[in-house]
Design a binder for this molecule. Structure first.
Ligand code: PEP
Length: 252
């Protein structure tokens, strides 16, 4: 069955001093039943790679370019992230879709580049509040899912993160009914496109203000295989109870 996954997204937070927190997270979970992934700023990757070697924490990045090399000032290729120690990368986070006008087609190219370099891609999808209020959520998710996920996706190289934009960093969380509806829908679409093998083995994470206080009820929802956590992944004190809740969650 699918291994659960607790993923942290540090966004543009963290300097060398924050490596103590990375260390604390690794130490607190020497043998978590769930997979643990920390997606750190690129500047910390090689430092954290040394620190995390031999621990159960997987190191990840937050974005990559779709090309392997070239005239792309400021960008990083997937192979560069691998060399820095990353084993996974987030692509299509709503903050990149919004702030950098990234289309789903570009996200798919990034995910493919990540996979070709040996990285697992965490592909983010999510609707805005206006889209939800207009009852367009499932149409938006269907469109993003089909355009953002490459044909080469497998249960090993791809993770989907459903992150309603209005719930990210706002303290507002989707209801368990809203989460379940979208996760079931994503699962059905994955099965329809890829067949049961890939469709049933691909992990689907929920993201959007997951905290110690709401983690357990979210992890009990059908087809929730874990979480992509922003703010509450920045400290071991907040992240540990989320991992503990995931370890204790039922198979779903
Ligand atoms: C995120 O960054 O993907 C996220 C879900 O952030 P937060 O948990 O802070 O809402």
């Amino acid at each position: 069955m699918r291994r659960k996954l607790a993923a942290g997204n540090w966004k543009m937070n963290g300097t060398r001093a924050s490596l103590a927190e990375v260390q604390a997270i690794a130490k607190a979970h020497p043998a978590a039943q769930s997979d643990l992934l920390l997606c750190l700023p690129a500047t910390l990757l090689s430092l954290a790679a040394d620190q995390l070697s031999g621990t159960s924490v997987i190191l990840g990045a937050q974005d990559c370019h779709s090309e392997p090399s070239g005239a792309h000032t400021g960008d990083l290729s997937a192979a560069m992230l691998v060399e820095a120690g990353a084993r996974a990368v987030i692509v299509g986070h709503s903050e990149r879709r919004e702030n950098h006008e990234e289309s789903s087609e570009l996200v798919r190219a990034k995910a493919r580049a990540a996979n070709e370099a040996g990285l697992m891609s965490v592909i983010c999808l999510g609707e805005s509040l206006a889209q939800r209020e207009a009852a367009n959520t499932l149409d938006i998710i269907a469109g993003q899912l089909s355009a953002s996920v490459p044909d080469t996706a497998t249960g090993e190289n791809t993770v989907i993160a459903y992150e309603p934009i209005w719930a990210i960093g706002t303290g507002m969380t989707a209801t368990t009914a809203q989460i379940g509806e979208v996760h079931d829908f994503i699962r059905a679409r994955l099965e329809r496109r890829f067949g049961a093998g890939v469709g049933l083995s691909t992990r689907i994470l929920y993201g959007g203000s997951v905290k110690p206080a709401n983690a357990a009820e979210i992890f009990a929802v059908s087809n929730v295989d874990g979480a992509l956590v922003g703010g509450a992944s920045l400290t071991q004190a907040d992240f540990t109870p989320i991992v503990t809740a995931l370890d204790a969650a039922p198979e779903n």
